[in-house]
Design a protein around this ligand. Structure first.
Ligand SMILES: O=C[C@H](O)COP(=O)(O)O
Length: 253
């Protein structure tokens, strides 16, 4: 599918509310160097804004569950992250353990090499095993599009849907490229309306988020949550866009 030029995709409808935008963000706290204090500060950001969830490292799930108890912010975490190359048994065991610790959403990385080799059946089987281990918790399937052709992205999306995934997701945020407009359009077309599309990796500006949303993304993985929502507040107050981000590369790469 061809994607309209950036200018055409500029957001021109009524601005969504802060709650609406926050309610689509998985506040990402996945960087390997984060200290416990930095994680706690990130959890406070999610709590303050009421994001859809936090996406934390597995070792932070227990702390996140405690910090967010009684709020509407779900605790999400990652499986097979970031390379996707561990065994299916390991991904299943991770999922079961993290669910037991209170994780409510699971973002899993596929076996990227197997998909590139044309073995979508393996990828589907592995996703299905994680979906089963998640016991009803939404599973978001990270394709890591940076490494894939369009045909492989579509095959990954179809495998995810057939396996019972709730979302297909563009990227980990740790490869050399993240979410793109073209990929969101492609992924939205590749799955039925029953499956949501999550954009992640370089979604660091309000305009980027809104453009992705217009193309069908309904969840966003972002570290720049406070900046995105601060920009939204400025727009609601009638202030001009911060710095021309409306015309920049929407994914920031
Ligand atoms: O959600 C996945 C990544 O951690 C997003 O990181 P980023 O927003 O800094 O690109």
């Amino acid at each position: 599918m061809s994607v309209a030029p950036t200018e055409v995709l500029r957001w021109d409808g009524p601005l969504p509310s802060r709650d609406e935008v926050a309610g689509m963000i998985d506040h990402s706290l996945l960087r390997p160097e984060l200290t416990r204090d930095e994680v706690e500060a990130g959890l406070a950001v999610a709590r303050e804004y009421g994001t859809a969830s936090v996406c934390v490292r597995p070792s932070d799930v227990t702390a996140a569950v405690a910090a967010l108890r009684g709020t509407r912010v779900a605790v999400g975490t990652v499986v097979g992250f970031p390379h996707g190359g561990c065994t299916t048994r390991t991904k299943v065991a991770e999922t079961a353990e993290l669910a037991g610790l209170g994780a409510q959403e699971i973002d899993m990385v596929i076996d990227i090499g197997r998909l590139r080799a044309g073995d979508a059946a393996f990828v589907q089987h592995e996703i299905a095993a994680v979906v089963q281990a998640a016991q009803g918790r939404p599973v978001k399937v990270i394709l890591e599009n940076h490494f894939l052709t369009d045909d492989q992205k579509v095959a990954g999306c179809r495998a995810a849907e057939a396996a019972g995934a709730a979302f297909v997701k563009t990227s980990t945020g740790f490869a050399a490229g993240g979410a793109t407009l073209a990929d969101i359009a492609l992924m939205r077309q590749a799955v039925s309306p029953a499956v949501q599309v999550k954009a992640a990796g370089g979604v660091r500006a309000l305009d980027a988020l809104l453009r992705f949303h217009r193309l069908g993304a309904t969840r966003f993985g972002a570290t720049a949550t406070a900046a995105i929502l601060g920009e939204l507040e400025r727009r609601h107050n009638g202030e001009a866009p911060l710095d021309g981000t409306a015309d920049s590369d929407p994914a920031g790469y």
